[in-house]
Design a protein around this ligand. Structure first.
Ligand code: FPP
Length: 264
């Protein structure tokens, strides 16, 4: 069903074919991922947690490549939450340095692959060097035509909603906006994700069944796929399983079922 030789091949110019059981007509347009389990992966191998994060970067590169090759339009990943600052200082520093190093090293390859990158979150609180690299990479890739890759960094769903409410309230105070005209669309335009369709599929690794303050507004109708696989082990088989799970649910809730539900 899969073509391991193509998937294991590091040559980025080769396109990994979509495994045959996956229906190319029913792919999610937007996949969101909570990449969880780096620490447990490292613990299980008696390695420091930092090695888990390094292995997590490899899993992310693999997944981005597959999503790009399989024609997914938007991939949004949760790299660092507003709550993650409470981790030990050494781990936070390691993650910030890792993001910088990875971005610097990978940006040319991402650009060649026509990836368009964006960072969602409260970026003002990130180290200046990382913010500079983020801005450079957003600008470098802004006119690319390939997959939209969003990295949620210092991101919190509640914080995003509060910021949107503040912006709308300010516009109302300034007399630019009639509060009675605020509807779903007006609200969504104030979110970090205003330019993207909502995720159709949320994948969470490491078996936890929580949303953890991720894309609270945008996940309203997403199908949720939870796998026990720890993020560093997430591979083409894992992504294939998530897509097949998604496609099975869509088929079940389509047609007559959804019409009946709409009428209730
Ligand atoms: C969750 O595992 C993972 C993170 C908090 C960090 C995720 C970051 C990466 C995979 C690197 C991304 C890199 C770039 C450049 C975007 P955990 O530490 O919570 O694992 P645990 O629950 O097992 O302790």
């Amino acid at each position: 069903m899969i073509f391991p030789s193509a998937i294991d091949n590091d040559d980025q110019s080769l396109i990994v074919p979509l495994p045959s059981p996956i229906d190319p007509e029913k792919l999610p347009q937007h996949i969101a991922i909570i990449m969880d389990g780096n620490g447990r992966w490292a613990n299980a191998q008696q390695l420091p947690r930092t090695m888990g994060h390094r292995a997590g970067v490899d899993a992310l590169k693999r997944t981005l490549r597959l999503c790009s090759d399989w024609n997914i339009k938007v991939l949004t990943v949760y790299a660092f939450s507003t709550e993650n600052w409470s981790r030990p200082k050494e781990e936070v520093n390691f993650l910030m340095t890792l993001f910088q190093r990875v971005l610097k090293k990978e940006i040319e390859a991402l650009n060649l692959k026509k990836v368009r990158i964006n960072f969602l979150g409260n970026l003002d609180q990130l180290p200046q060097r990382l913010r500079d690299l983020i801005n450079e990479s957003i600008e470098l890739t802004s006119s690319n035509s390939g997959i939209q890759f969003n990295v949620c960094t210092n991101y919190g769903g509640r914080n995003e909603l509060v910021l949107a409410a503040q912006k709308l309230a300010q516009r109302a105070l300034d007399g630019e906006l009639d509060p009675s005209l605020i509807d779903d669309n007006v609200f969504a335009r104030e979110l970090f994700t205003s330019r993207y369709v909502d995720p159709d599929l949320l994948i969470r690794t490491s078996g936890e069944r929580r949303i953890s303050n991720f894309l609270l507004w945008q996940l309203a109708y997403a199908e949720i796929h939870v796998t026990d696989t720890l993020w560093p082990d997430f591979d083409s088989i894992s992504l294939t399983n998530a897509l097949l799970d998604y496609q099975s649910r869509r088929r079940r809730f389509g047609g007559v079922d959804s019409i009946v539900n709409e009428k209730l």
